[in-house]
Design a protein around this ligand. Structure first.
Ligand code: UTP
Length: 290
């Protein structure tokens, strides 16, 4: 059986990023660099490598730096050309998807992840789509979304990336209530947003990668609020179970929660160590502090 291909992705980037204040007072959290590349660029590259052709950013106030980042930097490119810095020129020129593939829409109020995704609805139409949360950064080869699309091509429906978390952390994630599990793909019979550890039906948690059917947008039309008074994507997805399948896939790779300070620092170390031009220098720095 073949399923409609996933060609569109929503990047919800309208959050306030309060855990990174004051850095995020004027700078979008998604522009914080891991080594030398902003978080959002890792997410865009992961999506592009997975075959995504339309990139929909749900932005908010003060997020303009992201639009500039994915635009032509005419003066900079001119100076780099004049100075014959051709490697740097290529680096800045290959940041952006081709013209016409990027769209921006504003989420005027940060009412939750579900609301942010709903704000992108008019760009999605009647097609399956991906959602990538840039602050969940995943070191993986092939990229996490590409691995998910392989699973989607087998099972169709809705596919989320999952990983096991310590039970005491279930109240930070959407958690799967599992119907069946072959060790790689788990079929969900329910989804619970941020359950108390004692009530969590499993420890298999949804991380910031989703492949969703457009029906979820009709659920989000209802604007129902959940945990924290926010419009939760997990709740809208949960309402669809029964009429459409939900699978969680354990991806191969390592996820870093770059929305938290420790996760952000760990990601910087791990990504630097994974690079030939940085590994040696970073190891010797780490030994100094070990
Ligand atoms: P977070 O839960 O990390 O919230 O959002 P946040 O506001 O970005 O950060 P803190 O908790 O205040 O430090 C997860 C993802 O969902 C987006 C965020 O931009 C982030 O990528 N988001 C969240 C929205 O786009 N809109 C929202 O209303 C909420």
């Amino acid at each position: 059986m073949t399923f409609k291909p996933v060609k569109k992705a929503i990047f919800p980037v309208a959050g306030l990023g309060t855990r990174f204040l004051p850095a995020t007072k004027a700078l979008p959290k998604e522009m914080l660099p891991i080594v030398d590349k902003p978080l959002i660029q890792y997410a865009v590259e992961e999506a592009r490598d997975a075959g995504i052709e339309q990139f929909i950013f749900v932005t908010g106030r003060g997020k303009g730096a992201m639009e500039d980042h994915f635009d032509h930097a005419v003066e900079l490119e001119q100076v780099l050309t004049e100075r014959d810095k051709l490697d740097d020129l290529q680096t800045v020129q290959t940041c952006s998807p081709p013209p016409g593939q990027l769209a921006y829409v504003r989420q005027q109020k940060p009412l939750g992840l579900g609301h942010a995704v709903w704000c992108g609805r008019n760009f999605i139409g009647d097609e399956p789509f991906a959602v990538l949360s840039a602050d969940d950064l995943i070191l993986a080869e092939p990229g996490c979304l590409k691995q998910m699309i392989e699973v989607y091509n087998q099972v169709g429906g809705n596919v989320v990336a999952v990983e096991d978390v310590p039970r005491e952390h279930t109240n930070r994630y959407g958690i799967l209530d599992i119907e069946s599990d072959d060790g790689k793909i788990a079929k969900a019979k329910a989804l619970i947003e941020k359950p108390d550890p004692k009530d969590a039906p499993s420890t298999l948690s949804i991380i910031g990668r989703y492949i969703l059917q457009p029906a979820v947008l009709r659920e989000l039309d209802k604007h129902e609020t959940g945990v924290g008074g926010e419009i939760q994507l997990t709740d809208a997805m949960a309402s669809l179970i029964g009429s459409t399948d939900f699978h969680g896939t354990r991806f191969e790779g390592k996820r870093f929660d770059c929305g938290s300070r420790l996760g952000f620092i760990e990601a910087n170390i791990a990504f630097a160590l994974s690079r030939d031009d940085m590994a040696e220098g970073v190891s010797s720095i780490l030994k100094e502090y070990g």
